[in-house]
Design a protein around this ligand. Structure first.
Ligand code: GLA
Length: 768
């Protein structure tokens, strides 16, 4: 029966698809009904627990996935309106038809008060629009009404159209059955007979349930101080998180989470969260309107933006992902981590575990050469590194940051025989080889700039402002894209390279694109990023074994857009193991520990001149993907021996750290003296706890640690990984004991650290 309906649905879909694209509602409805009945799967195979359904009588769409329901309907005005977003509701619950909100006197008409899924700027809209267009006759009015829909497995698309003009918008929804995270985007299509200009466009508008006690969390930062978690009440008015930098930036990160202010426990209460997958200038606005309704809009930044859409062209927005957790901010982070690992990263659902890498930057800076790198490689191999990465300085005339960017040939003075002898040596030592590149940049002191001064972003006749003595190549240009693609392909084809650290060390300035028509120059904000993604995608398909890290002077290019195309990210140039606790804490609100590179570097650190023990530095870095960034040529035999032991310990627990569920047992926020994190393996067989003390005070003991996420009824054996457990700690106890009674650590003094593992004993039944 199912198979028959599936095949009927598939055949109807192929017949109806062109009609649907033209916006014929009847065909789409028939198709959707059949797809629902048959469970026919679309291009993206829906998970078992994601369902999309349409109630034709009430004109209500229902998306149920994992523990979340998202409901929307078509109201009597033909607007698409949000009806519910929160915990999953029983299928037996039915929603009444959507009804537009009443206006608030003559000043706030229903267009402003109704929580629409996507609203054009027109008809007196006073809140943030999802889309704003200027037409050639200078009209700037857009009123979108429902036209048709289609359902394919876990995907819903809804087509809307302006009341008069041939402007179509298709909203796309895809539900993830594992996490309930929804992926939304919008496509704007110009079927008029002339170009028009998009001045603002959201990937999605998210409407929260009415509430007056919301709290917003977001991330702020700067170079060497990324990933600060901010909290503020959501009040009437608007908060805009954004980047105007041409890239993701560290000042804000494109992530938000909203919960209720009274929810103090990080593991309880409802949280609505989202992340925009865009690595260019972006904005997310969180707005509470005059009826205290909260809406969140996100997309490319509208500041200095315009995108002229020619007749017949379509504009596809980036994706905006959002989800709901009833398990507090901790649960929200875990859903995002799981989604990233299982559904987003290039090799999802089985991204390779991150190897322990060595990176030469802090050891040598630009002073790289064959002998020095070989010596470091030997040391790195002895302590158990699996990947050796040569950082900046190996190419062109790159002896400092004033020259060489753009000239991607191996420096003949430093590497007279090319890279091969070094790569061979690294392989012989049992490691793979990685290399640093910064493809989108050029130093004015380079052969490339001397040959192509017109390739950079610039306004003719105006200064070209440098950052770190470099300019930004205009990747939106076809010739620049071709150059970058070609040199990377050549580098990877001629050398046995397993990994690229792709850096990006400045923001944009003077973002001109003089070679295109004045009306098209601001397209650079989108076309640059699309070409960046295209280069990454091409490179991955030409060299599928190569892994890539996204770095931008630290953590300035970390977002779900770049994470679809890279295997790991660099959160910060700040490698001080104490500062890192706060940096890593903020990072993991949005992004998985498994992609978070963390190096052990020398002490005292260059950042704060702080002296920290080797153990402290290791345990701090072991909470993410471990790397070594120290000058190993200066380490004593004892330090090397200690390092090899800790690297071996990390390898034994890395799957749990990189793929497991993260619990912030004690967050280092609010100037706390302690920080404790716990990672629980997917199958619950193991938990790893890392604990840090800033300073003991007044004889107070270190707070008792209460792990979470264990099987209450199973027995777990405890073992110190580093540091000491209290003498009276039992060797084995139930999950309930560890979670309820807790474990005591002997931590006293300044900058102390410890770690322990809980292992489920073999006799116990495995988790279902
Ligand atoms: C940036 C990166 C560093 C290092 C240098 C090299 O600052 O974040 O890790 O690669 O560039 O110039």
């Amino acid at each position: 029966m199912t198979r028959t309906l599936s095949s009927i649905a598939a055949s109807i879909f192929s017949k109806c698809a062109p009609a649907f694209r033209r916006g014929l509602p009847e065909c789409a409805a028939a198709l959707a009904l059949l797809c629902c009945l048959s469970g026919a799967r679309g291009a993206a195979a829906p998970s078992q627990s994601a369902q999309v359904a349409y109630d034709a009588a009430a004109r209500v769409f229902r998306i149920d996935a994992a523990k979340t329901s998202y409901i929307l309907g078509i109201n009597e005005q033909g607007q698409v309106q949000t009806l519910y977003w929160g915990s999953r509701l029983p299928a037996s619950d039915h929603f009444a038809a959507a009804k537009a909100m009443p206006g608030m006197a003559s000043f706030d008409p229903p267009i402003t008060t109704t929580p629409e899924e996507f609203v054009g700027w027109g008809g007196g809209l006073a809140v943030e629009p999802s889309l704003k267009i200027t037409f050639p006759d200078s009209a700037r009015d857009l009123t979108l009404k429902y036209v048709s829909y289609a359902i394919r497995g876990n995907q819903l698309s809804i087509q809307m159209k302006d009341i008069a003009r041939e402007v179509y918008v298709t909203l796309a929804y895809e539900a993830d059955g594992e996490t309930g995270i929804l992926r939304r985007s919008a496509e704007v299509e110009n079927r008029t007979d002339a170009p028009f200009t998009i001045e603002q466009v959201s990937a999605a508008t998210w409407n929260l349930p009415s509430g007056t006690d919301y709290r917003l969390r977001y991330l702020t930062g700067r170079w060497a101080g990324e990933w600060n978690v901010q909290e503020q009440p959501v009040n009437p008015g608007k908060t805009v998180l954004e980047s105007r930098r041409g890239t993701t930036g560290a000042q804000n990160n494109p992530w938000f989470a909203i919960d209720h202010q009274e929810d103090g426990d990080p593991e309880h209460g409802g949280v609505w969260f989202g992340a925009l997958a865009w690595s260019g200038s972006w904005q997310i606005s969180i707005e509470q309107d005059m009826l205290r309704q909260v809406r969140v809009n996100g997309g490319p930044n509208s500041f200095d933006f315009a995108y002229r859409l020619q007749k017949g062209e379509r504009f596809q927005t980036p994706y905006f992902y959002a989800g709901y957790s009833s398990e507090g901010i901790g649960g929200a982070s875990r859903l995002l981590h799981r989604f990233e690992i299982d559904s987003l990263l290039p090799h999802a659902p089985k991204p390779k575990l991150r190897p322990v890498l060595y990176n030469s930057w802090e050891a040598t800076e630009f002073r790289v050469d064959e002998a020095g790198q070989m010596e470091l490689a030997e040391k790195a191999a002895t302590i158990g590194a699996e990947r050796f990465v040569m950082d900046d300085g190996w190419f062109g005339q790159r002896n400092n940051d004033h020259a060489g960017l753009g000239d991607w040939y191996v420096n003949p003075q430093k590497f007279p025989h090319g890279l091969k002898p070094l790569i061979d040596k690294v392989h012989a030592l049992g490691m793979d080889f990685g290399l640093w590149v910064e493809p989108e940049m050029v130093n004015p002191d380079s052969d490339l700039y001397r040959k192509h001064p017109d390739w950079v972003l610039n306004f003719p006749g105006r200064p070209r402002t440098e950052g770190r003595n470099q300019l930004v190549l205009n990747l939106a240009r076809a010739d620049v894209r071709a150059y970058v693609s070609a040199f990377l392909d050549k580098l990877l084809s001629e050398n046995d390279i397993a990994f690229l650290k792709w850096d990006y060390n400045r923001n944009w300035s003077e973002p001109g694109w003089p070679d295109v028509a004045a009306e098209d120059q601001k397209k650079v904000y989108v076309d640059f990023i699309r070409n960046y993604y295209a280069i990454l995608a091409d490179l991955r398909s030409m060299h599928p074994a190569v892994e890539i890290e996204s770095c931008s002077g630290g953590g300035s290019r970390v977002d779900l857009g770049v994470m679809r195309l890279t295997d790991e990210v660099w959160p910060s140039d700040n490698t001080d193991a104490y500062d890192r606790l706060l940096i890593q804490n903020g990072f993991t609100y949005a992004y998985a520990p498994g992609v978070m590179m963390a190096w052990v570097t020398d002490s005292p650190t260059w950042v704060n001149q702080r002296t920290l023990s080797l153990e402290y530095r290791f345990l701090s870095a072991m909470q993410g993907s471990l790397g070594i960034g120290a000058d190993l040529s200066k380490w004593t035999p004892e330090e090397l021996a200690r390092a090899s032991k800790m690297i071996a310990q990390y390898k034994a627990v890395r799957e749990t750290v990189q793929r497991g569920a993260l619990y912030r047992i004690i967050s280092p926020e609010y100037e706390r003296e302690q920080s404790v994190t716990e990672s629980v393996a997917r199958d619950g067989h193991e938990a790893v706890v890392f604990a840090f003390l800033h300073s003991s005070r007044e004889l107070y003991p270190f707070p008792r640690v209460h792990p979470r996420g264990l099987d209450a009824g199973s027995t777990y054996r405890i073992a110190a990984l580093d540091g000491h457990l209290a003498a009276d700690t039992p060797v084995e106890a139930s999950g309930a004991y560890w979670m309820e009674h807790g474990a005591d650590l002997e931590l006293r003094g300044d900058f102390q650290a410890a770690a322990f593992i809980l292992t489920r004993t073999a006799a116990e039944p495995a988790r279902p």
